[in-house]
Design a protein around this ligand. Structure first.
Ligand SMILES: CC(=O)N[C@H]1[C@@H](OP(=O)(O)OP(=O)(O)OC[C@H]2O[C@@H](n3ccc(=O)[nH]c3=O)[C@H](O)[C@@H]2O)O[C@H](CO)[C@@H](O)[C@@H]1O
Ligand SMILES: C=C(OP(=O)(O)O)C(=O)O
Length: 415
């Protein structure tokens, strides 16, 4: 089993380049299969979720060519075949194959998704959307079989704000007859990124990034070239790392607007932040004030940064309360941080975090962002080496994390 070793006590200094966004990439790759000609994606992150998705597309018969951070997807000979098991279970975003295959072929059979399972993550809103568009959905031995004689536009009011459901409905509705309106849609930047690609492919989508999205179905979609937006969660993680190690880091290739909730919280704690056009500099301080954080849907503080933020809050004076309104049980990092000396209690959907000194320990990442939280903890420890297992989770979403941290002066290696 691979392990990540972190010898802490060194302030991070220098510049880190942020790759394209995982949550965009894993939606844009399946979106590409709706075209009749090749789609090229630039600024692709080097993460395992992307590698797994590339295998899924090859399995379906697409030609996929990858060079550096570019992926060419030629889906002209792709077919809709059942994908009940195997790689679909390795990542959450395999659910986008449902909307993409349904849109292009009128049918899809896809196993229920895997990914980070920090709590049950139902997808009934996706199903409600497919059904509203005229599909019949059945669950057969853990796979969803989705079939439509004809997809028809519909008005769909989501019961809750869901990134996955919003994108999945956008995908299928792009090829439906007539107009679909999604109300109470998610507003995450990744949704705008998917709508931008779809529109470049010939779709007619308006309102992505607002709570009402209007999709006018079209008869066919074609290939194009698209550059993926920067990963705001990786960027936020490096911002938190810079603050936690009392370092001075320029986080480059970011959209500062996407980072506002993190920037505001770090400033409230006392960190100094300088925004540039496409970069953010974080200058850490020796002392931090405790703050309360509420993880919410965008533009609120991202739930995906909740675990990294938990670690930073152990470095503040006094008691901070961090509440996750998106995933109320996303606290698997807490017992591991407690092993490292953190004083944290979970109460309902909140973590109550008291400032404390962390020490090196053997800990286990059980999901992607829990892994990031442990890396940050390891970096803040003054003496000793923190040994983190479960590295495969971290590799799902952090592009070249070891190389990046080493270039910022950290002592981090794989074993
Ligand atoms: C691949 C990807 O982009 N993953 C992101 C996406 O996940 P994902 O798209 O799975 O998350 P959603 O936005 O759908 O989930 C938000 C909340 O709604 C609930 N829900 C969602 C759908 C549904 O049908 N029923 C239901 O109850 C979920 O359990 C959760 O409590 O958004 C999450 C919230 O920002 C992020 O943490 C994930 O990193
Ligand atoms: C939860 C996450 O990813 P996924 O939805 O792909 O499991 C994440 O990126 O933090």
């Amino acid at each position: 089993m691979k392990k990540l070793m972190v010898a802490g006590g060194r302030p991070l200094r220098g510049t880190v380049q942020i790759s394209g966004a995982k949550n965009s990439a894993v939606a844009l790759i399946p979106t590409a299969i709706m075209a009749e000609t090749a789609v090229t994606l630039d600024n692709l992150p080097a993460i395992s979720d992307v590698a797994v998705y590339s295998n899924l597309l090859s399995e379906l018969g697409a030609v996929v060519e990858r060079t550096d951070d570019t992926m060419m997807i030629d889906p002209s000979s792709l077919q809709s075949k059942p994908m009940p098991n195997g790689d679909v279970k390795k990542l959450r975003a395999s659910y986008y194959l449902m909307g993409a295959l349904l849109g292009r072929f009128g049918e899809a059979t896809v196993g229920l998704p895997g990914g980070c399972n920090f709590e049950p993550r139902p997808i009934e809103q996706h199903i409600k959307g497919f059904e509203a568009l005229g599909a019949v959905v059945t669950n057969e031995h853990g796979s969803l079989k989705i079939k439509a004689k004809e997809l028809r536009g519909a008005k769909i009011y989501l019961d809750l704000v869901s990134v996955g459901a919003t994108i999945n409905i956008m995908l299928a509705a792009s090829r439906a007859k007539g107009v679909t309106i999604i109300e109470n849609a998610a507003k995450e930047p990744e949704i705008i990124d998917v709508a931008t690609l779809l529109n470049s492919m010939g779709a007619k989508i308006k309102g992505a990034g607002t709570e009402t999205i209007r999709i006018e179905g079209v008869d066919a979609l074609h290939g194009c070239r698209h550059s993926i937006i920067p990963d705001r969660i990786q960027a936020g993680t490096y911002m938190i790392m810079a603050a936690a190690t009392r370092g001075d880091v320029v986080i480059d290739n970011v959209i500062p607007k996407h980072m506002e909730a993190v920037t505001a919280k770090l400033q409230e704690m006392g960190a100094h932040i300088y925004e540039m056009d496409e970069a953010i500099r974080v200058v850490g301080q020796q002392e931090y004030a405790s703050v309360d954080v509420k993880a919410l849907v965008y533009p609120g503080f991202a739930t995906d940064l909740q675990s990294p933020m938990t670690t930073l809050l152990t470095q503040a004076k006094g008691v901070s309360i961090l509440t996750d309104y998106v995933y109320g049980n996303r606290f698997k990092h807490v017992p591991e941080l407690v092993r490292m000396g953190a004083k944290i209690k979970v109460e309902g959907r909140s973590a109550v975090i008291e400032g404390s000194r962390l020490s090196a320990a053997k800990v286990k990442a059980t999901d992607l962002r829990a892994g990031a939280a442990l890396v940050i903890a390891g970096l803040t420890v003054q003496e000793g080496v923190t040994e983190i297992s479960g590295v495969e989770y971290i590799e799902r979403g952090y592009d070249n994390i070891v190389r990046n941290l080493v270039s910022l002066g950290a002592e981090v290696w794989r074993e």
